[in-house]
Each structure stands twice: as structure tokens, then as C-alpha cells.
Design a protein around this ligand. Sequence first.
Ligand code: MRU
Length: 353
Amino acid sequence: MKQETKIHSSLKTVEWKNNTVIMIDQTKLPNKLEYVKFKDYNKVADAIRNLVVRGAPAIGVAGAFGLALASLQSKAKTKEKLLEDMEKAKKILFETRPTAVNLAWGLEKIMETAKKGNDTNEIRKQVVETAQKMAVEDVEINMRMGKFGSELFSNNDVIMTHCNAGALATVGYGTALGVIRATKDSGKNIKVIATETRPVMQGSRLTAFELQHDNIDVSLIPDTAVGYAMAKGLVNKVVVGADRILSTGHVYNKIGTYQVATMARQHNIPFYVAAPLSTFDLKNKPDDIIIEQRKASEVTGVAGKKTAPDGINVINPAFDMTPPELISGIITEAGIAKPPFEISIKKLFESKL
Ligand code: MRU
């Protein structure tokens, strides 16, 4: 296992090299930057389930790499048998995390490629190429999104963000943090306020770490200080990522996002969401969406130390839904959707056809 002391925003969160999937072990950040390597798709599934890799776009690509590994692991000699083995692997990878739509999207793209192949050798070669292409495109898409998004921010803005929607939640550059990076690169002087993001602390462990490393002025606040910061005029815009966006503009993102959006509305602060088109789910309605419930121990302790009484009941949803009426704009690689979202989101997808 390789160890390094520095992280670059250009560093690949998840990567394919010599038929191996390499990823940063995000459970160790910010204390250690360690890479893990997998040749078995079951191990990739474990890594997604246990948040070694996390963030919607990153798990989309990790899932695609996992399924590519499954094609190499299969001993199948016929196309039918190989597709059957890959379907089994797809199910295992798919069931790791239910809320972010990018995982299903990544797996589906690989299966589509596999079905088009003529024989097992061609399928194996093409699924690996497709997964690698998805990783390259993820960074390009984030950079395009960043350019569009940077136009919404002005010199001297203080931007609040929640959770981690940075390089570490994607293959590189980031969605919400990509917009922040692009704004800074366009010459504007900006500051960021990052929330801690209890209970898994993606804000303090990952966002604060990434931004500090990249010399972007960042202050960390407890989640409970969002209202305080807004009421005191310490923030004038918000940008967050998303794990799933419906055609109606309902946004599913890290737990606490809804509270931030509600507070932003209370204080007339624009609330933006940045996400690639692969995060959109144009089929489902709010009632169909499964919110992942995570283990109680994330809430009953801090850093391995018990902070709640034994046997306490815990409710620990990983995501919440922010309704469209609280959202000022959704930044994508195809442009910015503004309310009414049913119309603007439809137009964005039509422009990509
Ligand atoms: O750590 P996760 O995978 O549970 O959290 C998901 C996220 O990082 C976010 O909700 C993020 O803001 C959107 S993904 C760029």
C-alpha cells in the first residue's frame, strides 16, 4: 500500500491501471492519504458500501470499473454466459447504495456496451475502454459545469457548501467544489464556509481538507451554525452537489441539505445545486426514491467514543430531499436550469440530443 502526504485536486479519486481499480481510501482522510487496489469486483462493492469511495459521480465510475473487473474475472467462453456473470455482478454492485442514481447509470452504460460486443474478448476489451472513458469524461464534465457555474458568483462572495462535492466525490475537480474552483480561477476573490456534515463528517474531513490544500480560503462551521452564519450576513450564496435530481427539480443530497436550503430561503440567499446530467433521474417521482438509512453507530459515537446511551433508538438517514421551490438554479455541463425546473430541465436534455 502506497502512502503520500499531499493531495492534489487533480489527483484521481478512482482510477483504472493494469486491470486494477485503484482508489483513495476516504475513510482514512484527512489523517492519511492511502490508496487501495482491487482486482475483485466484490471488493469494489465492499468499498462502495463502506464509504472507501463515496460521492455520487465517484461511485458511478467505481461501479463501472467494478463491473469491468467482473468481466475479466468471469471464466465465461460464450457471450451469453459472460453477460449472465456480469448481470450477477451488476446486482451486487447496484445493491451497495440505493440513493445516488449515478451508480445505476454507470452500471447500465457498461451493460449496454457489453450487450453490443460480438464475442467475449471484444466485450471484455470494450467494457474496460468504456469505463475508462467515463472516468475521463467525468473530469471534463465537471470543468464545463464549473465554467457555467462561475458566472453565478461575484467578486468577494462568501459561499457556503455542505458535505463534499469536490474532487473526492468525483473522479477529479468536483461538482459544487468544481464551481468554486472555476470561480476562483476566473480571478474572483471568494471565501468558502464548509459545514462539518455530521455524522460522517464529509465537510470537515474532505471538503475542508481539499479546499485548504488548494489554497482556497475556507472556514469550518458546525452544522448547527448554519442559521447563525446566514443571520449574521457571513454568507451570500450556497452551492451543493446532488445524488439524484428528478425532472421536477426535487434534489436528493446529503442529509442536512434541506435545512441549509430552508435557512437560505429565510435569509434571501441564493441556493444553487451543481450536478452532471448523469445525476438526473427523469423517470421516478419523490415517493419512489429510497433514502439510505445508515448504521446507528455513526450517530451514537464520535471517533470511536460513545456519545449516547446504550440501547438508544437512532434515526440515521444519509440523504434528504430539497424541494424545487427552495432552489435558485441547477448547474450542469449543459448549462444552468432555472425555475420552473420541469421546463428548464427538459430543455437541457433536449439540447444534449
Ligand atoms: O459520502 P456520501 O456518498 O454518503 O455522500 C454523498 C455526497 O458526497 C453528497 O451528497 C454530495 O454532496 C453530492 S455528490 C458530488
